[in-house]
Write a protein that binds this ligand. Structure first.
Ligand code: ASP
Length: 229
């Protein structure tokens, strides 16, 4: 499991990677951020820290679903690594991201993932890496990414959206399109992102087959889009 949270006001971030059995990795990542001493904790040392913090752990069986198990078996047989959003995988219950702007103008981003199905043990994707799969700055926007992590790492995707807005003074929509529709395909990437800027503009572009997404603006209806539409 990998998770990251970032606070746009303080630029504090907390992330965990290669941890097992922790019931809620996002709660753990937030605790790392709030402690403020480290940004990214990994492996057994991270799990020990979660125990010290009194966070809930669960047995392997808590995380087991027959659907996910069969998906893994299928990927193993074919020796492939599968992304939640790819065409060959029509049931997606994996990576979850959230971005928010509060009434004080504070932005925040968080992302949690189990990685890619049948990924190499020890592989780390973009999710726990600050600026790659997740980023927030009150100066610009909050961004949470999903897709083939290696490509998001190479283009430092989430921070690139923020940097384009800050240095080129372009809109959130334009910055996100540049990153997802131009830069991501250049490195053979696939996926999408959700983002909100300091004015409350929202955009959710993707170039994968689909991306389940939902958004809400105060006083308006909750919007929900399933897969491609
Ligand atoms: N980005 C994640 C990773 O590469 C996977 C995902 O978003 O589904 O680990």
């Amino acid at each position: 499991m990998d998770a990251q949270v970032m606070c746009g006001k303080s630029l504090k971030a907390g992330a965990v990677t290669c941890v097992r059995n922790i019931r809620n990795p996002i709660v753990f990542a937030r605790a790392v951020m709030q402690q403020g001493k480290h940004v990214l904790l990994s492996c057994r040392g991270a799990e020990d820290e979660a125990r010290t913090l009194g966070l809930a752990f669960e047995e392997d069986s808590y995380f087991f679903t027959q659907f996910r198990f069969e998906q893994l078996e299928k990927a193993r047989k074919k020796s492939t690594v599968v992304l939640d959003h790819s065409a060959s995988n029509h049931e997606k219950f994996g990576t979850v991201g959230a971005v928010a702007l509060d009434t004080h103008g504070n932005l925040a981003a968080s992302t949690s993932t189990g990685g890619m199905t049948n990924q190499k043990p020890g592989r780390v994707g973009d999710t726990p890496l600050v600026g790659c799969g997740n980023y927030a700055s009150n100066k610009t926007c909050a961004v949470s990414c999903t897709g083939i992590g290696e490509s998001f790492i190479r283009i430092v995707a989430a921070h690139d959206v923020s940097a384009l807005m800050e240095y080129k003074n372009i809109s959130l929509e334009k910055a996100c399109r540049k990153v997802i529709e131009e830069k991501l395909p250049e490195v053979g990437g696939e996926g999408g992102l959700i983002a909100v800027d300091k004015m409350g503009n929202i955009t959710l572009p993707f170039i994968s087959e689909g991306m389940y997404r939902s958004w809400y603006k105060a006083g308006e209806e909750i919007q929900l889009k399933i897969y491609r539409d």
